[in-house]
Write a protein that binds this ligand. Structure first.
Ligand code: SF4
Ligand code: SF4
Length: 77
């Protein structure tokens, strides 16, 4: 099953990944980071397609997508 990992210390809560996920499974946290941002969370891993769109659109390269044991970050595209 694909998974994503959000580096909340680099996330600025811009919501680009939230709006771009075709499954609508990313939302922002209710807590803020030390930098004062709500950060992205994926809330339904069973529906993740591993499409990597979230990682591609993130301007801060804060998302890594793991598909079949291979991790992809923005820098792998
Ligand atoms: S990999 Fe695709 S389906 Fe999974 S959370 Fe990211 S945008 Fe959504
Ligand atoms: S696109 Fe990146 S910076 Fe914006 S909310 Fe998503 S993870 Fe955070």
């Amino acid at each position: 099953m694909p998974t994503i990992a959000v580096d909340k210390n680099h996330c600025k809560g811009c919501e680009l990944c939230v709006k771009s996920c075709p499954q609508g499974i990313i939302s922002l946290s209710k807590e803020i980071t030390l930098r004062g941002y709500f950060y992205a969370l994926m809330h339904d891993p069973s529906r993740c397609l591993g499409c990597r769109i979230c990682a591609i659109v993130c301007p801060d390269a804060a998302i890594e997508v793991n598909v079949n044991g291979t991790a992809y970050s923005l820098f792998d595209y």
